[in-house]
Write a protein that binds this ligand. Structure first.
Ligand code: FER
Length: 291
């Protein structure tokens, strides 16, 4: 099946073939868990459509030396409208899925979503870093993308040891946990939950959109309930109701509810494993952080 998909979507524009196909929720069978979802509030029409007459941020591609991987790696960076290098900014690290790379989030028009949020005064000013979460020498989404799963786990070291220091050297940004957030889609959602909850001294705000089976079990993510309650500022998730990966999110939501840990989990109506849900995730998550 993967082969067929990769053939169907072999264009460079569609690197994330595993994301592009409607109905791709069917990544194997996972148990259903009943949880109390948080209310779904529709995003306003046009939230992801470019508007005239507003200020725009900029996107740039940066390269950093990764000692961990032993290569020069790439990340896409969004700077907010009227970016001023003499002012300090917080940083959101925004991670892609298994078939993506540092360009995948471009499909979710983060610059348009953020520009619109700023025009409406709805989000704190921030820099968004969209790295390549496949920490291996060949980090292109080639061949059997599932074979790179270990490199997605290894990205923890590249992120903490190489990318964050690079970003904090290149840009005028705050360097404390209250000014760092991490969120991602699918495989990147799992990474965000794993790294974010695993390093609450580094990231105060954590988001998982349609998180994949690389998501650690709740007991591993939250070994100390009281510590998580004290140290995590935001744990926010969304998943499409028709996405077969729902279990990774509901399992964590059920654990949090049972243990009194604040956690938002939205069931996107009729949502699949695609950018409809992930754009909605960014739109909402971005409004909740650094405030
Ligand atoms: C899997 C199913 C889906 C898996 C990863 C994914 C590592 C990731 C999907 C995505 O990033 O879109 O079994 O195992």
């Amino acid at each position: 099946m993967k082969k067929i998909l990769l053939t169907l979507f072999a264009s460079a524009l569609c690197l994330s073939a595993v994301h592009a196909q409607p109905g791709m929720g069917g990544f194997g069978q996972m148990p259903q868990i009943e949880v109390d979802f948080d209310p779904y509030v529709e995003a306003p029409a046009g939230y992801d459509v470019a508007r005239d007459g507003i200020e725009h941020g900029t996107l740039e591609l940066v390269e950093y030396n990764s000692e961990f991987v032993g290569t020069v790696r790439k990340a896409t960076v969004y700077l907010p409208p009227k970016y001023d290098a003499s002012r300090k900014y917080p940083v959101l690290y925004l991670l892609h899925g298994i078939g993506g790379d540092e360009n995948e989030w471009r499909q979710g028009v983060p610059e348009i979503i953020m520009d619109n949020l700023y025009a409406d005064g709805k989000a704190a000013e921030m820099i968004i870093v969209m790295p390549n979460g496949r920490a291996q020498k060949n980090d292109r989404a080639e061949g059997n993308v599932y074979a790179s799963a270990p490199a997605f786990a290894a990205f923890e070291h590249d992120l903490l040891g190489d990318l964050i220091p690079f970003i904090e050297g290149k840009y005028n940004v705050y360097t404390d946990k209250m000014h760092r957030a991490i969120a991602g889609l699918s495989m990147g959602g799992g990474q965000s939950l794993n790294f974010g909850l695993g390093h609450m001294d580094v990231f105060a705000y954590v988001g998982g959109f349609s998180s994949a089976p690389n998501t650690n079990t709740p007991e591993v993510l939250i070994p100390d309930v009281e510590k998580t309650k004290a140290e995590n500022e935001l744990l926010w998730m969304v998943c499409g109701s028709k996405d077969g990966l729902m279990y990774n999110s509901t399992r964590l939501k059920a654990f949090c509810d049972k243990n009194g840990i604040p956690c938002t989990m939205i069931n996107y109506p009729d949502g699949q494993h695609d950018f409809v849900v992930w754009k909605y995730g960014l739109y909402n998550f971005a409004q909740l952080i650094f405030k």
